[in-house]
Design a protein around this ligand. Structure first.
Ligand code: NAD
Length: 481
């Protein structure tokens, strides 16, 4: 982004999106939006309270009466309009993500495109869901579950909003979205885009506020049938617990500590750049980041060398620069969290191969950290078990293929994994033994129709394509005698 397009005046957002219109906030609390590259306040956001949230839920509930009766064909047309509307604002969305959370241009652009694609994928998938099945005297229909509360994380907030909205709308469910309070600006651009898509009144409602206020109301309100959440394990657990009294259906997309298994036939000149790209994507602030690199012991010397060389090509700096791979952390709190884990890794006895504590030279202002690679890591160390959510990679050696699989699966998480090797049959065999929701072979890749979600503490349920739509549906069987 050129300096001319930066947000140089402090903006104010005082409205939420309720019942098809921008409505002044009932909540009075004001939050600063801080630019992570320099710590400057770039916007003030008036946060929603419980009353704003209840108004949004009521609007969605009114919309449910008619929208739940819409046909899949009508929903496909709405999704097509949403797709066009969001595609038209893709550049604005990318720019605001760079500004607001310091997402690097090379990743933010991809993330926005994935969000745009989510509407097209849902439009395709809505035509593939078997809405009605009949046999003998039995008819089974797929019914929208009800009003959906969608709660998102800051690290790719616009994408999560697109994924969840597309699936819910495809299923016939009006939504109330609570974006991350750290993502108010990108949420606003997205809502402006969707407002232009001529949606049925009340289908889309967006209230920006704190998790403990707006999120908590969505979780306990009996008129919300389903909560689809992307965020931390701790909040995911509380949603499951607090949603129990209203029997909430939940989809929980939580954390990860994803392994990348480097097989012993991997060509290092391609394998190491690929592994490091997966480790440091979104500046390491990605649930799927491959933050544990498992390396055959016999190849460790060559891997050390290749990592040192490749890391020189991973530039840290202004996220708007398309050559920059790693931008700042989203907040000072996140900066401190990364520092504490780097210190912990050193205390635990791992060796810092690249990086270390403190700011990179010349980037002392803002929340920049040094991308750090630890070697000599044991899988039971905190830096190998806990999600750091920053550019910190732990390299762990293994003795055999079985050992690699055991280490990869020795984690409370099971979201994502990668296998890198030349023999594809072998890579597939290893992939099939991993207890994770998705495995990529050789490089990071995506398919908007393939399911996304985790085993174990990485969550419950799936998003994307048909799987994402089914998460907002219930079956009803009618049996004739
Ligand atoms: P977070 O859990 O702190 O916040 C996520 C959302 O929950 C925010 O909108 C927040 O306001 C809201 N929230 C907070 N307390 C709440 C409560 N009591 N009730 C309801 N809502 C509440 O997570 P974060 O820091 O925004 O995001 C980082 C985490 O998200 C990481 O753990 C990361 O792995 C995870 N994540 C997972 C995926 C995935 O697809 N599995 C994707 C991105 C991020």
């Amino acid at each position: 982004m050129s300096p001319a397009t930066r947000i140089d005046t402090v903006k104010s957002i005082t409205t939420h999106y309720i019942d098809g219109a921008f409505a002044e906030s009932h909540g009075r609390q004001i939050m600063d939006v801080v630019r992570p590259t320099d710590g400057q306040v770039i916007a003030h956001v008036t946060l929603a309270d419980e009353e704003d949230t209840r108004r949004a839920i009521a609007a969605a509930n009114r919309a449910f009466a008619t929208y739940s009766q819409s046909t899949p064909e009508e929903r496909a047309k709405i999704l097509s309009r949403m797709h066009q509307a969001v595609a038209a604002r893709a550049d604005d969305l990318t720019a605001v993500m760079i500004e607001e959370y310091g997402g690097v241009a090379q990743f933010a652009g991809l993330i926005v495109q994935t969000g745009v694609n989510a509407f097209a994928a849902a439009e395709q998938a809505v035509r593939e869901v078997p809405w009605t099945r009949r046999w003998d005297k039995t008819t089974v229909t797929m019914e929208p579950v009800g009003v959906a509360g969608l709660i998102t994380a800051w690290n790719a907030n616009a994408l999560f909003m697109c994924l969840k909205v597309a699936s819910a709308v495809a299923a016939g469910c009006p939504v109330v979205i609570k974006p991350s309070e750290l993502s108010a600006l990108q949420a606003r651009v997205l809502v402006e885009a969707l407002h232009s898509a001529d949606l049925p009144k009340g289908l889309l409602n967006v209230v920006t506020g704190l998790g403990t206020v707006v999120g908590a109301e969505l979780v306990r309100n009996p008129d919300v049938a389903k909560v689809s959440f992307t965020g931390s394990v701790a909040v995911g657990e509380s949603i499951m617990r607090d949603g129990a009294s209203t029997m909430k259906r939940v989809t929980l997309e939580l954390g990860g500590k994803s392994p990348t298994i480097l097989l012993d036939d991997a060509a290092l000149d391609q394998a190491i750049p690929s592994a490091l790209t997966m480790a440091f994507m979104n500046s390491g602030q990605a649930c799927a980041a491959g933050t544990r690199l498992l390396v055959p012991k016999s190849r460790m010397d060559a891997v050390r060398q290749a990592i040192r060389e490749t890391m020189r090509t991973f530039r840290v700096g202004n996220p708007a620069d398309p050559k920059v791979a790693i931008g700042p952390m989203v907040s000072e709190k996140q900066y401190e969290r990364i520092q504490s884990y780097i210190r912990k890794g050193i205390e635990e006895g791992a060796e810092v191969l690249v990086g270390g504590e403190g700011h990179p030279e010349g980037l002392e202002t803002g929340f920049f950290v040094k991308p750090t690679v630890f070697v000599d890591v044991k899988n039971d160390m905190a830096i190998a078990q806990e999600e750091i959510f920053g550019p910190v990679l732990s390299v762990i050696t293994y003795e055999s293929e079985d050992d690699a699989i055991r280490i990869a699966n020795d984690s409370k998480y099971g979201l994502h994994a990668a296998v890198i090797g030349t023999d594809l049959a072998r890579a597939r065999r290893v992939a099939s033994k991993l207890r994770v929701g998705r495995v990529v072979i050789n490089n990071m890749t995506d398919d908007p129709l393939a399911p996304w979600g985790g085993f174990k503490f990485s969550g419950v349920g799936r998003e994307y394509g048909r799987y994402g739509i089914e998460a907002f549906l219930e079956t009803r069987a009618i049996l004739e005698s």
